[in-house]
Design a protein around this ligand. Structure first.
Ligand SMILES: Cc1cc2nc3c(=O)[nH]c(=O)nc-3n(C[C@H](O)[C@H](O)[C@H](O)COP(=O)(O)OP(=O)(O)OC[C@H]3O[C@@H](n4cnc5c(N)ncnc54)[C@H](O)[C@@H]3O)c2cc1C
Ligand code: SF4
Length: 564
């Protein structure tokens, strides 16, 4: 089945704009710049996965997991889950055309106002009104909504019981999921969500409003060329002022890579917190003058995943996939319910606890995961009954988000990105999360399992799926790496300078210089929309974000919208 992407062998030598990465930041940039009539190339290191081809069986997972540690690397570079094992913290990101949107839960929340009142942000962010416009645009394109059926789901009812421990009733948070069939703003027909629970394995229905079904087909429809297996190594400035992008062709079957150089007037780095920071660190090693703040202010967004095992009530929080592995069960989207703990006096104490669903492809792994914790009998029972009937039907999965001090730091170690944060495990957020999660798990009659993988290579380090920072926004180059528009500070100018490298932008989660306290995709998208509005003002071009009309395509055949 054809998709949106092309082989790098077909790339031209020069584009008006090269967008590196294809998550929320890269997707917004590609769509808006293509709409402005620019020639745009998107370079994505991962592969394209079309609807219906996301992993649904355990045997698929070996090709969908790439794991990198200090002295090890395993799994194909095209795998959609990219796990970075660190001495102080592990990080999970998505890899593929659509970035993290392919495998995330789609929870779309706006942070508390106090987050943007932090003086780390340049004043313009809160003052010029374009952030609100960014959120409005993100809303129109990602269309987050609460599941109208959330309260009838077993896992939501289990969260109601759990929430009694802290006298808090859950709400149904907004997720980027289509609960009814619709034609989306990119002109693609999206079927209604079947509530199969597999969002974090990739939506095989086409109901998740991912970047791959919204901004990217819109970019392609407006003429952008999308290249996969194209990993950018570094960038440099040519003598004529254009940018040279050094790209490694990652062969899908892992054969010898081939490096090429493509030029552009403007480069937008949208390779995510890890990718963009790594490219900039490597570019600095190659001579590009960048802020000393590069790599700093990494935040894990106070994010953890944890479990409650042995609840006395049914939970039904293991995905059944599509087509469904068992009939007659409605699981819900990966997140349907959320407990909100607010604190008017201390922002850092605020937290969000979401009930989550494990994707169906992971289901066979569950007994093995829980055996080392001494639950052999229950696990064997579950093997016999199948995970949908035994004790794993009472397994509670939680995603929790809060605040941390954003004091992690990225460095290049032997040409690989490495995260340094020796005090990460002592961040107060983890103690707060442990005590609240223990209480709500106990209320449902289960025991709190902080990390079922602690007996493995994962160890006891905290892990996050919400990496932020590394190329943070700041007022000037002694504070941040980019300005409020995402333009990269030029360190060849004097200290406290606001001079930027003309035509070089970072637009993704790496620019967020602190924890948000809520899941980040909505804010990353809003800041990206805002950056593009500024870019249009600065360069004097125009684009609109109106929904596409005319030919309508289905998610199974997005190639129909590629400009010929
Ligand atoms: C399992 C999971 C669940 C999540 N759930 C939620 C949720 O419910 N709500 C929420 O708000 N957030 C969630 N997140 C986090 C969210 O998906 C990310 O914050 C978001 O995708 C980051 O957007 P981005 O634009 O910064 O980069 P990404 O979406 O990470 O995209 C970056 C892209 O750049 C590519 N890339 C990287 N390096 C290079 C390179 N050198 N050359 C070319 N391409 C490169 C990557 O392959 C990737 O496709 C979740 C994440 C995971 C992994
Ligand atoms: S629950 Fe299933 S159908 Fe609905 S968005 Fe998630 S993966 Fe897609």
């Amino acid at each position: 089945m054809a998709g949106l992407s092309r082989s790098l062998a077909n790339a031209k030598n020069y584009y008006d704009v090269i967008v590196v990465g294809s998550g929320y930041g890269g997707g917004v940039a590609a769509s808006r710049l293509a709409r402005a009539g620019k020639s745009v190339a998107v370079l994505e290191r991962g592969r394209e996965v079309v609807t219906g081809q996301f992993p649904s069986r355990f045997s698929d997972l070996k090709n969908e997991m790439q794991v990198t540690g200090k002295n090890m690397r395993t799994g194909p570079s095209s795998a959609i889950y990219d796990v970075r094992l660190g001495a102080d913290m592990h990080v999970l990101v998505g890899c593929g055309l659509g970035g993290g949107s392919l495998v995330n839960a789609g929870v779309a929340l706006r942070p508390d106002k106090r987050v943007f009142a932090d003086e780390i942000w340049p004043g313009q962010i809160a003052q010029d009104g374009l952030l609100d416009e960014g959120y409005r645009r993100a809303e129109r394109w990602l269309r987050p909504q609460s599941d109208p059926n959330a309260r009838n789901l077993t896992k939501f009812k289990a969260l109601v019981e759990s929430g009694k421990a802290i006298d808090t009733a859950p709400i149904a948070p907004r997720v980027t999921v289509s609960f009814e069939e619709n034609v989306n703003p990119a002109g693609i027909t999206q079927p209604a969500c079947t509530r199969c629970g597999d969002c974090c394995g990739g939506c095989n229905v086409g109901a998740k409003n991912s970047v791959a079904l919204t901004y990217l087909p819109d970019a392609a429809r407006h003429g952008a060329e999308l290249f996969t297996h194209a990993a950018v190594r570094h960038i440099s400035k040519a003598s004529d002022g254009s940018w040279q992008v050094y790209v490694r062709r990652m062969d899908a079957n892992g054969s010898v890579p081939q490096d090429i150089v493509i030029r552009a007037s403007v480069v937008v780095l949208g390779a995510g917190t890890l990718g963009s920071t790594e490219i900039l660190l490597r570019s600095r090693e190659q001579g590009l003058r960048l802020s000393d703040r590069l790599g700093q202010r990494f935040s894990a967004n106070g994010d953890i995943i944890a479990f409650g095992y042995g609840a006395k009530i049914p939970v039904d929080a293991v995905g059944i996939g599509h087509p469904p592995k068992i009939e007659g069960v409605e699981i819900g989207a990966a997140v349907s319910g959320q407990i909100e703990i607010d604190d008017e006096n201390e922002l850092a104490n605020e937290l969000r606890v979401q009930e989550g669903v494990l994707p169906s492809a992971l289901a066979p792994l569950l007994p093995a995961l829980f055996i080392p914790n001494g639950r052999i009998l229950g696990a064997l029972q579950s093997l016999i009954n199948g995970v949908y009937k035994g004790p794993f039907s009472k397994l509670q999965t939680f995603f929790a988000v809060s605040h941390d001090s954003a004091s992690g730091r990225f460095v290049l170690d032997d040409d690989r990105l490495s995260l340094v944060w020796p005090t990460a495990k002592n961040e107060p957020v983890y103690g707060r999360l442990d005590s609240i999660l223990s209480a709500i798990v106990q209320e449902a009659g289960g025991s709190y399992v902080k990390n079922p993988l602690s007996g493995t290579i994962m160890g006891h380090q905290p892990a996050t799926a919400h990496p932020l920072g590394g190329a943070g926004i700041g007022r000037e180059r002694d504070v941040g790496v980019v300005n409020h528009k995402g333009q990269v500070f030029d360190a060849s100018a004097g200290s406290a300078s606001t001079a930027v490298h003309e035509g070089l932008y970072v637009i993704d989660g790496s620019v967020i210089p602190r924890s948000l306290g809520v899941n980040p995709l909505f804010t990353i998208t809003a800041l990206a929309e805002r950056a593009l509005l500024h870019m249009a003002l600065d360069y004097g071009f125009r684009f609109d974000d109106a929904a596409v009309t005319g030919s309508i395509v289905t998610p199974a055949d997005p190639s129909a919208c590629v400009a010929q």
